[in-house]
Design a protein around this ligand. Structure first.
Ligand SMILES: [Zn+2]
Length: 356
């Protein structure tokens, strides 16, 4: 590491660096003191005088991956107002009055929660999971940019997420094109989804919203935004097939004790044309021995081809044809998928106009 910390690196510009030391191999402490000695009273804005300096606080400030922590050591100042005699503790910019981390550390932690394996964040930053969760739910909505300065997104993605499996669920409203998160709310029940849409920070609702296949989701959206086109999220549509294939794979005995392996997953889940020739032969032999699995696999292959079609009208026609062919399939698993897809057919057809 460099021999000197600069205040630009620390980023708390109302301070100067008066000392720094190494606490351990991966922990630096930078001592800060305010650039000004004059503090105004928070009530009457008149001058105040210092009457006590009961020590210092050390707060975690930055964490640099593979390198370590930088903490800041800031003074505690007790002041008395010369005018109204109020006594108060000085609140430094970027330093919360309580707690053991700076605002910037907390923001960094919350930012890291977006779009990654959230369990790894507390581990990496060495903070408690429950602390991170609390920060996330209070700060993530506040950290979002002000809608007043932005055009409303026309295509929105509604994403359900849990910071950790089985924990509190939340809902993200995200610009589908830029990936920009506009709103974070907690809960995923119908009333919570409704409340989330009602809290949408823009005047105009989006033209299109992409949602998962949660029961009643499309109707819930339409009850708030009747003009918005609901599109079924492609990922969740294919997940229906994926889950079914996995169930069938585990029941399929043809491949003996090997049937739980990764290789078998690869054979079944990869598009046929992406498999090597020997793998294709292997798969064909397997499917020939298991008609139910074969039916499901064929249905998926055909469904993939429909989604790959770039012509919207042809896509819709092919989808309707697929439904007619598989709604009365010999395989119960395929019939079940077809029934779900029928319930979502408007939202699936909308995909062909808005391939998101
Ligand atoms: Zn005062």
């Amino acid at each position: 590491m460099c021999n000197d910390f600069t205040i630009e690196f620390i980023g708390l510009s109302s301070f100067t660096i008066t000392d720094w030391w190494k606490e351990s191999e991966s922990h630096w402490v930078v001592q800060l003191d305010p650039t000004t000695h004059q503090v105004d009273c928070p009530i009457c804005f008149k001058r105040s005088s210092n009457h006590a300096r009961p020590g210092r606080r050390i707060l975690r400030h930055r964490h640099i991956l593979g390198w370590g922590d930088v903490s800041v050591c800031v003074p505690i100042w007790r002041q008395r107002c010369d005018h109204c005699a109020l006594t108060f503790t000085v609140e430094w910019d970027g330093i919360p009055i309580r707690g053991s981390v700076t605002d910037s550390f907390r923001q960094l932690a919350v930012k890291q929660c977006h779009g990654r394996d959230l369990q790894s964040v507390p581990r990496e930053l060495n903070i408690r999971y429950s602390t991170l969760e609390r920060w996330y739910y209070t700060d993530a909505p506040r950290g979002l940019p002000d809608p007043a300065y932005h055009a409303p997104p026309d295509v929105l993605c509604m994403d359900e997420f849990a910071l950790r499996k089985g924990h509190r669920y939340g809902l993200n409203l995200m610009d589908a094109r830029s990936g920009h998160v506009w709103q974070v709310t907690s809960g995923r029940s119908r009333s919570q989804v409704r409340a989330a849409l009602q809290a949408w920070p823009f005047v105009s609702p989006p033209q299109v919203i992409v949602t998962d296949l949660a029961p009643g989701m499309a109707d819930t959206v339409r009850s708030i935004w009747p003009e918005t086109t609901v599109v079924a999220d492609k990922f969740h549509v294919f997940q229906l097939f994926g889950k079914s294939l996995e169930q069938k794979r585990k029941l399929s005995t043809f491949r003996g004790t090997q049937h739980r392996g990764r290789h078998e997953q690869r054979l079944l889940h990869k598009p046929m044309e992406q498999l090597q020739e020997t793998e294709q032969d292997e798969l064909k032999a397997w499917l020939a021995s298991d008609p139910g699995l074969k039916e499901l696999h064929t249905a998926l292959q055909e469904f993939r081809a429909i989604y790959a079609d770039e012509n919207p009208e042809r896509g819709v026609r092919a989808f309707e044809r697929w439904l007619r062919n598989y709604l009365y399939s010999t395989s119960a698993a395929v019939r079940r998928i077809a029934k779900t897809l029928i319930q979502w057919q408007d939202e699936i057809k909308a995909y062909f106009t808005y391939p998101l």
